[in-house]
Design a protein around this ligand. Structure first.
Ligand SMILES: [Zn+2]
Length: 318
């Protein structure tokens, strides 16, 4: 059985976004509740995140951005953009969200776990080097990628992003980089507007950004076909030393923020594909970090399916 770590901290509930905001603390409560119901907590290695050191965040973000998030985190809700909010504890919570990837990376590289799921908020993949946006403050997955390279000598990192929105931040941070391959499937056209097929990297990074823009209404079968046709061949050539997943669950058919039709089983199948890539090339090393997912029931059930596929418990249903 695969040893899967689960990284979580109650401080993630303290990033307040105001009433009616879809990116709310209840998302994580729903995940924990579904995991409990499924009897999933016992078999996992429970890991606490570390408070991410600023130097690791500064490896992908400018000092101006880091300082502005710290400054804006105060007693009142402050808007970073139209839909991105910071409150009293947001800066500290964001450090712990990034620190989940750090703790998971250390555990895997020290041989204490094979792979990990990080149930974090705020999410990260829209955060660009100098701009927080789209509910995201710091780019958790990008920070984890750079940390793996700098602290653990990992060479090539594959980031698979199946959040229904394009991860413009991750793309921007690694656009000219040939050591981090960014693959994104997303509803298109849709927020944030980027992610066309033509966006494929520049300079040394040409062909190391791979976008799979999908029309609204795609479901399990379409996603599986696209991943088989576009992700697998690219992974085969790239041969990643580590696999990261930007795991958003807002492409679920019940999600209120988009119009895709994935089911829990569809997410499990995508997970198995990523796990297979990690097993073939990366010694199984894989970290998945929560991004979006805004229907509480669908989110909880999808995360359970995702974790079951990460630890090999769901294979029987295929
Ligand atoms: Zn999203």
């Amino acid at each position: 059985m695969t040893r899967t770590a689960f990284v979580y901290h109650p401080i993630y509930l303290e990033h307040q976004t105001g009433s009616g905001h879809p990116e709310r603390p209840e998302r994580l409560a729903a995940i924990l509740q579904e995991m409990e119901k499924a009897g999933l907590r016992e078999g996992l290695i429970n890991l606490a995140p570390v408070k991410c050191r600023k130097e690791y965040i500064a490896a992908v973000h400018t000092d101006e951005l880091i300082e502005s998030i710290e400054r804006l985190s105060g007693p009142y809700l402050n808007h970073v953009d139209a839909d991105t909010v910071v409150s009293q504890k947001s800066f500290e919570v964001a450090l712990y969200a990034a620190g989940a990837g750090i703790a998971a990376a250390d555990a895997i590289m020290e041989g204490k776990a094979d792979n990990a799921f990080c149930a974090v908020r705020p999410p990260g993949h829209h955060a660009e080097s100098n701009r927080a946006m789209g509910f995201c403050l710091f780019n958790n997955v990008a920070i984890a990628a750079r940390y793996l390279q700098h602290a653990h000598g990992i060479g090539k990192v594959l980031i698979v992003d199946w959040d229904v929105h394009h991860g413009n931040g991750t793309q921007e941070i690694f656009y000219e980089d040939s050591t981090v391959l960014y693959f994104s499937s997303h509803q298109y056209p849709h927020y944030p507007g980027s992610g066309s097929m033509q966006e494929g990297g520049s300079g040394k990074g040409v062909s190391f950004t791979v976008n799979a823009p999908l029309r609204a209404g795609c479901g399990d079968i379409e996603y599986q076909q696209v991943y088989a046709k576009m992700l697998l061949p690219v992974a085969e050539v790239f041969k990643p030393d580590f696999v990261l997943i930007s795991a958003g669950f807002d492409a679920h058919r019940d999600d209120p923020l988009a119009s895709m039709r994935l089911t829990e089983d569809g997410f499990a199948r995508l997970t198995r594909m990523a796990v297979d890539i990690a097993c073939r090339f990366s010694g199984g090393r894989l970290i998945s970090m929560l991004e979006g997912g805004y229907d509480l029931r669908a989110l909880g059930a999808s995360v359970v399916a995702h974790i079951e596929a990460l630890c090999g418990r769901r294979e029987a249903s295929f």
